[in-house]
Design a protein around this ligand. Structure first.
Ligand code: ADE
Ligand code: ZN
Length: 326
């Protein structure tokens, strides 16, 4: 079979998807209408034309504005259900979904509204779509350690509905060690730990995510190639990187997709995976990330198999999830 067909048909796990980043312009308009909100854009096309970014911050400003139409439990359910139905078509068998509670609680939405809506969609996807889906609560790193602790406290009664915590938002100037104590507390709670590091930020942030936060996976991590000792460590310890090619292209992390370093990471023996990050904003879901980065950089069928294998191996899926896929 041709490589693009193989990529689309191959079973895979998605480990780096921000649910607010799967909010399509059509759903933004539908939710704005349902919730009686006025948008500063006249049409879906006008909103879409504002999606021109050239770094992480310019994207984040629009991403947080888009998320402001999410108000009710049903809104969060509809959002997650739409993503999961779309992921099923891309042969995703397992998804670990990031969400940013602080962007919602800051607008007066209760954290249980967020978590209950997302969790209901995940639970239904097991029977309705045959997908296992779990939730990872992300702390916004541009906010304070105190704000992160308050968020963890609010989430405390709902911890059985999340599998782990992560760290996202503006990377530069907000090193992982700012959240050392929050992550230590989450670790005591038995939560899995991940963090965005080395997307735009330096290799030093990947070191501190590993050594100070004690994370199990690195989200993005593509800047690791600038540090040979770090590359060796990531390879030897089989620490997964959740790489997002179209995101890196749209945020100008690489001059072009052809210059993406995914092949270099795999050649160095790192447990890289392919993911979609914010597919509604970056022009494609997971299969589009696979087909475009393979076409642009000339990766092989063998590397496709390795990426899919890595995605399951690096997941936090349990035995009940694994039984569901069989
Ligand atoms: N939040 C949503 N997408 C993100 C990304 N690519 N980096 C950091 N924070 C994010
Ligand atoms: Zn991300």
């Amino acid at each position: 079979a041709r490589l693009p067909e193989l990529l689309r048909a191959m079973p895979k796990a998605e480990l780096h998807i921000h649910i607010e980043g799967s909010l399509e312009p059509e759903l933004i308009f539908a939710l704005a209408q349902r919730n009686g909100l006025q948008l500063p854009y006249a049409s879906v096309a006008e909103l879409r034309s504002a999606y021109a970014f050239c770094n992480l911050q310019s994207f984040l400003d629009i991403y947080y504005a888009g998320a402001s139409v999410l108000r009710h439990e049903q809104d969060f359910y509809d959002l997650a259900h739409a993503y999961l139905a779309r992921a099923a078509r891309d042969r995703v068998l397992h998804a670990e979904i990031f969400f940013d509670p602080q962007t919602h609680t800051a607008r007066g939405v209760a954290i249980e509204t967020v978590i209950d809506g997302l969790h209901r969609a995940c639970a239904e996807a097991r029977t309705g779509l045959g997908i296992s889906a779990t939730l990872i609560l992300c702390f916004l790193r541009h906010l304070s350690e105190k704000a992160a602790f308050e968020t963890l406290e609010q989430a405390e009664p709902l911890l059985d509905k999340i599998v782990g915590v992560g760290l996202d938002s503006s990377e530069q100037g907000h090193p992982p060690e700012k959240f050392a104590r929050v992550f230590a507390r989450c670790r005591e709670r038995g939560l899995h730990l991940v963090a965005h590091a080395g997307e735009e930020g330096p290799p030093a942030y990947i070191w501190s995510a590993l050594d100070v936060l004690r994370v199990e996976r690195i989200d993005h991590g593509v800047q690791a190639v600038h540090d040979a000792a770090l590359m060796q460590r990531l390879a030897h310890q089989r620490i997964a990187l959740t790489v997002c090619p179209l995101s890196n292209q749209k945020l100008c992390v690489f001059p072009s997709l052809a210059q993406h370093n995914l092949g270099r990471l795999l050649d160095a023996g790192l447990a890289a995976t392919v993911n979609s990050d914010d597919p509604a904003y970056f022009g494609g879901y997971i299969n589009e990330n696979f087909t475009q980065v393979f076409a642009a950089t000339g990766l092989t069928a063998r590397q496709a198999y390795q990426l899919a294998f890595n995605s399951f191996e690096a997941s936090f899926a349990g035995n009940a999830d694994k039984r569901l896929w069989q």
